[in-house]
Design a protein around this ligand. Structure first.
Ligand SMILES: Nc1ncnc2c1ncn2[C@@H]1O[C@H](COP(=O)(O)OP(=O)(O)OP(=O)(O)O)[C@@H](O)[C@H]1O
Length: 260
């Protein structure tokens, strides 16, 4: 379980990105975090694996208080939490399987690190992960020959190969077309359901969030302003989460009408 207790995050430039966050996310949940740009979605997700330190409160992941972890403990902790980014973060000049095998590097002996020799067991794990996201046939293809959706699947396979309990996804479909986005979201859903891996995703596409996530966390100005089932998200709820944006659009429309 992931638990936020009165979590606050203030960046060094004094921007208060998170305030008074109290949340409990159970194992196996599929959660979408939605809200305006700058609302604090990325910060909220990135505190979970300590890419960002919280400024106050407690963040507890499966009984571990994240801010108390030191050095090697942080590396070990992060191995249980996969992270998927909008930009895939792959080495595009090399093969798909090598990109997945990279996830095992921290576990290798010095000899294997230096020689780049992966064990048979690691190779089987990497191929299994590629099979789980439907791109086993691409294992020996160079990443730069794949489509955006296929590249995101490689990133997902690299994460799966670590055998994570939690996957954090920061705008995973932001640079994909609608059809590919659906395919990648289907992968996330299947992984969530079949492997019981919690998925916490920051996403701009509200309709997709509602279609795939079981739970929606709405963030506005660093605070949780909605936390409930996707099925309970009405237009009024969305107005509340995106308050301010509607007025801005109306002003823009008015401005354009005046121009016309
Ligand atoms: N490294 C940083 N240093 C200082 N301020 C930051 C930093 N990262 C984010 N912020 C600020 O914190 C606030 C929350 O940012 P965050 O990136 O979490 O929002 P977001 O909801 O994910 O936005 P987007 O959808 O545009 O990515 C914003 O005001 C942002 O400018």
């Amino acid at each position: 379980m992931i638990e936020f207790i009165n979590v606050e995050k203030t960046y060094p430039n004094n921007v208060k990105a998170l305030q008074n966050i109290n949340l409990k996310i159970n194992k196996g949940e599929f959660v979408a975090v939605i809200g305006l740009s700058g609302a604090g979605k990325s910060t909220l997700i990135r505190c979970i694996n300590r890419m960002h330190d919280i400024s106050d409160g407690q963040l507890i992941v499966d009984g571990v208080e994240v801010k108390k972890l030191r050095g090697n403990e942080i590396r070990k902790f992060r191995r249980r939490i996969g992270m998927i980014f909008q930009s895939f973060n792959l080495v595009t000049r090399t093969t798909v399987i090598k990109n997945v095998l990279v996830s095992f590097v921290p576990q290798l002996s010095f000899f294997r690190k230096v020689t780049g020799l992966f064990s048979k067991e690691h190779k089987i794990k990497a191929l299994t992960a590629l099979d789980q996201v439907g791109i086993l046939d691409k294992a020996y293809v160079r990443v730069d020959q794949l489509s955006g959706g296929q590249q995101q699947r490689v990133a997902l396979a690299r994460t799966l190969a670590q055998n994570p309990d939690i996957i954090l996804a920061d705008e995973p479909i932001a640079s994909l077309d609608p059809v590919t986005s659906k395919q990648v979201m289907d992968d996330f859903k299947r992984i969530n359901q079949e492997m019981d891996i919690s998925v916490i995703m920051n996403i701009h596409h509200v309709e997709i969030a509602l279609e795939y996530a079981d739970r929606i966390i709405g963030v506005r100005e660093g605070q949780v302003v909605f936390d409930g089932k996707s099925a309970d998200v009405t237009d009024e709820v969305l107005d509340h989460i995106y308050k301010g944006k509607a007025e801005e659009i109306m002003e823009e429309v008015k401005g354009e009408q005046a121009y016309v």
